[in-house]
Ligand binder design. Structure first.
Ligand code: PLP
Length: 430
């Protein structure tokens, strides 16, 4: 089914014009932050590790994504999915902007509560929760939590019988980057039975949630899920529940957000009266493009391939890999693209060296594991060696949060913050 594509409103057009101007400012700020940090490091003399990979995060980008959300989905309240990137400044900004938070564990709930956030602004959106966490959360003031099976209902009855329960239903996530409905979500065939059990247990079920899969490429999946949620609302009414919450989950990409919103917003309005509160759990959408990662080349190996003539290619080893911030290659199906940040001739951001001869590289992380590979083949317009720097854009989602300390390498890299939006600056304590 094709979603109805609506013509952009005046507000939407103004918004995209404004963000084009500020995006230019953002590029300048990011370039300056990268250059200042890199130029302050002399790899021949610096303390061991001070040339570690680092992020530059533009909080203005997060702010713009929030404004883009408000313009396109004004009825739907975002609850940022902390799991995607728990950066404290991102959380601080989103808290000031008034979003809620989707937390998956005790630690995430503690992080958000520790910022002084009202527990009512949190949903504990993990359908299969650790029992001791449920006991703990009952004392924390957080009320909303999700479930999708009978055993979880018995657990909630035992440890938190006054919780506001939200039934997560399964979705068609076949076109998503990361599928979730293989693991979570109650099939529509079972929802009536599950709701009847909840009634018998005298639990308070307040609504329905779904997640169409992370990195969804399929706007129609949202529409189908909204219609399925409507069916479950009707079932619940027959059983005697008065549902008042719809949670349309996460899964929003950055490049086709307007297309998703153009289908989702009208579907919500068509199926649910204004009395129903509608929330969402976007993660990737808020942070993916806000973070740029700079990596240092620590070693190089020359590869002579006689089949390819006399031009050598090289294996480059950088100080961050799939066990670190490039965990997004393994867990999030990403293909980060290397660009030259600095070589012996100068500094490049948003431009590349004017060397028309391209050199072939494979790029590897620092650990001793053969799987630690960023790319098997790429071409860059420079002959790079150890001491040079690379950078990667769009490294904000599911990167640092799933990095390990394998081989003793750090998983806590510095973040240099820039704020390309005056509106965001005014909200931040920095
Ligand atoms: N909500 C839940 C329950 C999730 O499991 C996830 C991601 O796994 C999200 C929200 C965030 O999804 P995304 O980053 O695709 O928006």
């Amino acid at each position: 089914r094709c979603p109805t594509v609506m013509a952009p409103s005046t507000q939407q057009r103004r918004f995209s014009q404004a963000s084009a101007n500020t995006k230019q400012r953002a590029q300048m700020l990011i370039a300056k932050a990268l250059e200042t940090r890199v130029n302050g490091i002399n790899p021949d003399e610096c303390d061991a590790g001070s040339e570690d990979a680092f992020f530059v995060a533009d909080l203005g980008d997060v702010y713009r994504q929030h404004m883009r959300w408000k313009v396109n989905l004004p009825r739907i309240e975002p609850f940022y999915a902390v799991k995607c990137n728990g950066d404290p400044k991102v959380l601080e900004l989103l808290a000031s902007l008034g979003t809620g938070f989707d937390c998956a564990s005790k630690a995430e709930i503690e992080q958000v509560l520790g910022m002084g956030i009202d527990p009512q602004r949190i949903i504990y959106a993990n359908p299969c929760k650790t029992p001791s966490y449920v006991r703990w959360v009952a004392e924390s003031g957080v009320r909303m939590l999700t479930f999708d099976n009978a055993e979880e209902l018995y657990k909630i009855k035992r440890f938190y019988p006054t919780a506001q329960c939200v039934l997560r239903i399964s979705t068609d996530d076949s076109k998503a980057l990361c599928r979730l409905s293989l693991k979570y979500g109650c099939p529509l065939d079972d929802t009536a039975k599950l709701l009847a059990l909840a009634k018998e247990l005298e639990l308070d079920v307040i609504g329905v949630s779904f997640h169409v899969g992370s990195g969804s490429e399929d706007p129609s999946a949202f529409i189908t899920a909204v219609e399925d949620a409507r069916t479950v609302f009707d079932q619940a009414a027959e059983i005697g529940f008065e549902f008042n919450l719809l949670d349309v989950g996460g899964g929003y990409g950055t490049h086709n957000f307007e297309e998703i919103a153009g289908g989702l917003g009208p579907a919500v309005d068509k199926n649910f009266p204004p009395s129903v509160r509608v929330i969402a759990e976007p993660g990737r959408y808020y942070v993916a493009t806000a973070f740029t990662l700079a990596t240092h080349i620590i070693a190089r190996r020359t590869v002579q391939d006689e089949m390819k003539g006399d031009l050598p290619s090289y294996m480059l080893y950088q100080n961050d890999g799939v066990y670190g911030n490039f965990s997004n290659i393994i867990f999030d199906h990403q293909n980060p693209v290397a660009k030259v940040l600095k070589d012996q001739n100068g500094f490049y951001y948003n431009s590349q060296p004017e060397n028309t001869r391209l050199t072939e590289y494979s790029i590897w992380g620092p650990t001793c594991d053969g799987i630690d590979c960023i790319t098997k083949s790429c071409y860059l317009p420079a002959v790079l060696d150890d001491g040079d720097w690379l950078y990667y854009t769009d490294m904000g989602a599911y990167s640092k949060c799933s990095a390990t300390k394998f081989n003793g390498f750090s998983n806590d890299h510095d973040t240099v913050y820039v704020v390309s939006e005056p509106g965001a600056k005014a909200l931040l304590d920095m």
